[in-house]
Design a protein around this ligand. Sequence first.
Ligand code: ACM
Length: 521
Amino acid sequence: MPAHRPSLLPLPRQLSYRPGHFTIGPGTTVRVPPGAEPAAALLRTLLAPATGLPLTTSTDGSFVLALDPRLSGLGEEGYGLTVAPDAVLLRAAHLTGLLRGVQTLRQLLPAKALWGTAQPGVAWRVPCVEITDVPRHPWRGFMLDVARHFQPVPQLRRYVDLLALHKLNVLHLHLTDDQGWRMPVAAYPRLTEVGGRRAESMVGPSGSTVFDGTPHEGAYERRELADLVAYAAARGVTVVPETEMPGHTRAALAAHPELGTVPGRRLDVWTRWGVCENVLGVHDEVLDFCRAVLDEVCDVFPSSHVHIGGDECPTTEWAASPAARARAAAEGLPDTSALRGWFLGRVGEFLTERGRVPTAWAENGEGLPPHFTVMTWRDPEHTRIALKRGHTVISGQHRASYLDYAQSYAPGEPQGQPGAVVDLRAVHDHELPDDTDAPGRLLGMQAHLWTEFAPTAAHVDRLVFPRLCAFADRAWHGSPSWPGFRERLSAHTARLAALGVRHGPLDPHLPVPHRSGKELS
Ligand code: ACM
């Protein structure tokens, strides 16, 4: 019988299959050196539901985990995996490398290994293989907007698992926006009590006159977020928080009108989509508020980078506000439009004091102090400009990494952000600009899901997959071929099915075979 050669996704950098296989059975034990216990624990956690295999630790186990500092060429996340008929050796310089290797091992098993329920009668064979694997980019992120539509914690954990399966290493949570504030802040309980609920939601794209008449609400508890961070860390995923300021803050203004630009004005949590012109004021009380929010964010999220938004901040309210004009003059700024950069600079100082890297969306890369890491999101040119300005950059391009656009023109395609389709090929083709003039400053790439059009978990899955598979293939490997990806993806769908992922079309020109978008619920 020819050996089964599973399709791995993302594609490892070096891979060669050999004849034969290793069978993981009830008697298989694992050799676990000091420091590698979390990798053994993850292996057991991932394989137990379907296989029931105990994979207990022993000093002479045939499944060997090795942590070896001499493998430093593999970096933080690289690993080597050798599967022979009588032994498995998974080695890395760092624990995170072992965690990545565990995911590869999981993909080398029959896809039934990914089911959440017992799968009796399966021979748990791993084909003999030699793999040396190192990611192309250190930052391979996915942003989930939990503000436009609240995503409950079990959904976040599920996405952590899906990211880890695809060797993505950052879950960026967009925690606050005009339409909802989801981040608990002890000193300001109204943020989630009032700002976490909107009366209804716009139906259709920005500018629509139709509303659904249904309240939408949700907020996290601090304990839940701390647990999520630990859950993600055990899988080698960092949760990066984003609290938007000074724009995209209408939900905060609904809870705390005193933070706005117009004294005494009352606003509701925004029920529309689009860019809202209401922004934070620039008085001292607002800076105190931002510090309190970021203190709490830093307490809950240990990530090196903390995102403060900074995008799409109309300055019309500041221009009309005597207090904002006085602030601009007192700070020696040319006009109130310079207050955005001033504001972000001040708030960035709080983060720097706390040992974090302030991170913001690039608006043409302008107006931010050079020590900010920027996330580009529109055009490839913005990545080049931001690198030139001295920033460290995480690259995104809305035409390749914004997963809220429709992914096909097929009739069953659900409502997405208005604009041209971002199909699977566009995501897989996503190239980063040359960074030879800025060594080490192009950290990597990120895909994004804004959730105006994703009210349920089914909608989220349908928009994210299979495009996130294409993104992960590109981000990890760097130059995977398109035909090879198509073939591997087609086999990979058995894994997505095992995990209950309701994905969109594999071929953008064909309707989804199993379910039309309009049936999503
Ligand atoms: C963005 O899409 N405004 C980051």
